[in-house]
Design a protein around this ligand. Structure first.
Ligand SMILES: Nc1ncnc2c1ncn2[C@@H]1O[C@H](COP(=O)(O)OP(=O)(O)OP(=O)(O)O)[C@@H](O)[C@H]1O
Ligand SMILES: [Mg+2]
Length: 456
């Protein structure tokens, strides 16, 4: 229950909560006005005696805060990142791990999520990583305007900094502090997203402390309770009905930095077991400057099934089938690429090469997303769906034209196809109708191409 409200920033109303476990009747209330955090603002009398309530209360950070009930996470946490929303979505109240070797783009991805995801409160835990990255957030976020509220992003962001040069003991606590704050805002009825960069540094802190306490080491020197700790952390994510009867959620996105990019190490392996989504960052994609380097073959999201309805309710009933179609093409492409590797692309007929062509278009025009380009850094759902539809339309029409005798070279040579390649940069978020015109133009060009071959 909340007993008072304080306007924390212009976008966040801080609802002062009665600590869990306190019940009874309110016997005194202070009048509205200005108070310090420790001043008494209400008194509750109950079985536990008389309790003075102030603007804050204490909570042991290692213990999850109680709630009334947990619900199935079934609404999308919109991130504006195409590869995530369209292919590997995370639900509000969901948990995802992001494993990726050195320099594959974990931090940039976490920053992009902190900027654009549609949670109301963001908790960013910089755990054992470079200090300058935290400084970047501090200097950048006050300047960026939240598209949903029109206020600086900093007003909804809480940062917990424990950079690599800070004490290890505090590193262990930083993750707990972050997730507890998230639960606290959740209990006020907010949707909160926690970004932890990186959970591997936290695990290393556990290892160091455990070593100093002379505990028996397990896998690679990590303490034997590492899996339990990781499970406890990710378990605190969820969509809940709070003790006060509100709806709130904590979504958790933890990056994992396996040493040497070796995903068989304990932190990656254990994290996998406790999350329902995995965005695997691929070294080869990063080397090829395909960002975000999320692997479409290794990543997964168990939220896809539960989110179909949500997309439908937002006016995109076709999302699930479009997604299924493109995932099918990507797998087909993977098999064809193996043939290409063995015997070269020339042996494939055009009817199969069109699959490679469509996937190349999808990777360049859709999956890649530039976090530094003002047009591309955030992609609304409507644009995502329309772009994907256009790419699948290209596939369908291209295949048909080839069946009717056109060559792949002729299909590829159409002006509209070159425009599709660039659409993520050329179509601004407030001119999405341009994509409809491109679809009409694609149909027209393909009709013309087919007609040319039919006449022969
Ligand atoms: N979405 C993106 N758009 C453009 N460039 C990107 C993107 N993602 C990553 N990069 C590039 O990759 C570089 C490394 O990214 P980042 O620092 O996020 O990697 P990291 O996985 O956090 O590395 P570390 O393991 O050292 O923490 C960035 O400096 C940037 O140049
Ligand atoms: Mg990093």
């Amino acid at each position: 229950m909340s007993i008072a409200v304080v306007q924390e920033t212009l976008t966040i109303e801080h609802r002062v909560l009665v600590p869990p476990g306190i019940s009874g009747t309110v016997t005194a209330v202070s009048p509205e006005g200005e108070y310090r955090v420790e001043d008494t603002i209400a008194v509750v009398s109950g079985e536990q005696g008389e309790t003075r309530l102030s603007l804050f209360h204490r909570w042991p950070v290692r213990k999850g805060r109680p709630y009334r009930s947990k619900a199935l996470p079934n609404s999308l946490l919109i991130t504006g990142q195409r590869v995530i929303d369209t292919l590997f979505p995370i639900a509000k109240g969901g948990s995802v791990a992001v494993p990726g070797g050195f320099g594959t783009g974990k931090t940039i991805l976490q920053h992009a999520l902190a900027k654009w995801c549609d949670a109301q409160v963001i908790i960013f835990i910089g755990c054992g990583e470079r200090g300058n990255e935290m400084t970047d957030v501090l200097t950048e976020f006050p300047r960026i305007v939240d598209p949903r509220t029109g206020r600086p992003l900093m007003e909804r962001t809480i940062m917990i900094a424990n950079t690599s040069n800070m004490p290890v003991a505090a590193r262990e606590a930083s993750i707990y502090t972050g997730i507890t704050m998230a639960e606290y805002y959740r209990d006020m009825g907010y949707h909160v997203a926690v970004m932890a960069d990186s959970t591997s540094r936290w695990a290393e802190a556990l290892r160091e402390l455990s070593g100093r306490m002379e505990e028996l080491p397990a896998d690679e020197g990590f303490p034997s309770y590492l899996p339990t700790r990781l499970a406890e952390f990710y378990e605190r994510a969820g969509m809940v009905e709070t003790l006060g009867g509100r709806e709130g959620s904590v979504s958790v996105i933890g990056s994992v930095s396996p040493p040497g990019g070796d995903f068989s190490e304990p932190v990656t392996q254990h994290s996998r077991r406790f999350v329902r989504g995995l965005w695997v960052l691929d070294r080869q994609l990063a080397n090829a400057r395909h960002y975000p380097a999320v692997s479409w073959l290794e990543s997964y999201s168990e939220y896809v099934e539960d989110l179909g309805q949500w997309w439908e309710s937002k006016g995109f009933p076709e999302w699930k089938s479009l997604r299924g179609e493109i995932m099918g093409l990507l797998q087909q492409e993977n098999r064809l690429q193996q043939v290409v590797k063995l015997v070269g692309p020339d042996v494939l007929p055009d009817s199969q090469r069109i699959v490679l062509e469509t996937c190349a278009l999808f990777k360049n025009a859709f999956l890649q997303q530039d976090s530094f380009s003002p047009v591309d850094m955030f992609c609304p759902l409507e644009k995502q769906v329309k772009m994907l539809k256009l790419i699948l339309l290209f596939h369908e029409r291209g295949r048909r034209a080839i069946q009717k005798g056109a060559t792949l070279v002729a299909v590829r040579g159409l002006t509209i196809c070159r425009e599709l390649m660039r659409m993520r940069q050329t179509v601004k978020n407030d001119e999405i109708e341009k994509l409809d015109r491109m679809a009409a133009e694609l149909d027209r060009s393909m009709n013309e191409l087919e007609a040319r071959y039919e006449r022969r």
